[in-house]
Design a protein. Structure first.
Length: 236
């Protein structure tokens, strides 16, 4: 899994969002143009990914489609690996936005509904963006390795954080307490991993012979009932 914590890494869920509260620097015309060109390059890379998978994403092919030479494109992305890193980060961001939107709709709802909202939004995004889902969670690019402790790791962390908040509440803890407790963190990762695995099977058509949504909901509902049980083995 490209963006997972590598062999000697431990995944951390970040809880701090740093913002610059000082003065706002006006963007220059040159900077704006560069940002817009990079946006177009990534958009074209995403289009090629959706149409033909990772092998269809090439710097030369993208340069041709956006109307520039391959050497010119290298001034924006010096390597195909850097372009894939940006594509992975933006795919994670899209997934994060979907999960966040699902929670915002259910603000003030009961915990059972909120526990289901994250996984349901997770699955819906994955089914709609199968190529991107596989890009961020499976090794599909020969010779590519996401930067250790780089932006892809942070992006995955940001996806899991809102789901972890609900899980922690169900277990009777805060998110900070969950992160500080190795056993509890492992419990959460196992809970995520279970529904993630079902989604991955569905995305890659391994459950086409059954009703994958039914399988997903049955598992999710049962796991939520377990979390909300009063048994002291599942709650503090």
């Amino acid at each position: 899994m490209q963006t997972s914590v590598r062999r000697h890494q431990r995944m951390e869920l970040r809880t701090v969002c740093e913002r610059d509260v000082g003065g706002v620097t006006k963007e220059s015309r040159r900077d704006r143009q560069r940002r817009e060109i990079k946006r177009d390059i990534v958009a074209e890379a995403r289009r090629k990914l959706e149409e033909g998978g990772p092998s269809a994403v090439t710097l030369r092919g993208i340069a041709r489609e956006v109307g520039m030479s391959a050497p010119a494109l290298y001034t924006y992305f010096p390597s195909l690996g850097e372009l894939f890193t940006e594509l992975i980060v933006q795919s994670y961001k899209s997934l994060e936005d979907s999960i966040t939107a699902a929670f915002s709709v259910l603000a003030g709802s009961d915990l059972e509904q909120r526990l289901a909202a994250g996984p349901v939004a997770y699955r819906a995004w994955a089914i709609e963006h199968r190529r991107q889902f596989n890009l961020i969670f499976f090794d599909q690019i020969g010779g590519y390795a996401a930067p250790a402790d780089g932006p892809t790791v942070s992006a995955q962390t940001d996806v899991l954080q809102p789901i972890a908040v609900q899980y922690a509440e169900a277990r009777g803890y805060s998110l900070i307490e969950l992160l500080a407790d190795s056993d509890l963190l492992d419990d959460f990762l196992g809970w995520w991993g279970a529904f993630h695995g079902i989604v991955a099977l569905e995305v890659n058509h391994h459950l086409d012979w059954r009703e994958p949504e039914t399988i997903f909901r049955r598992h999710l509902d049962a796991s939520i009932r377990g979390l909300l049980a009063t048994d002291t083995t599942t709650r503090r």
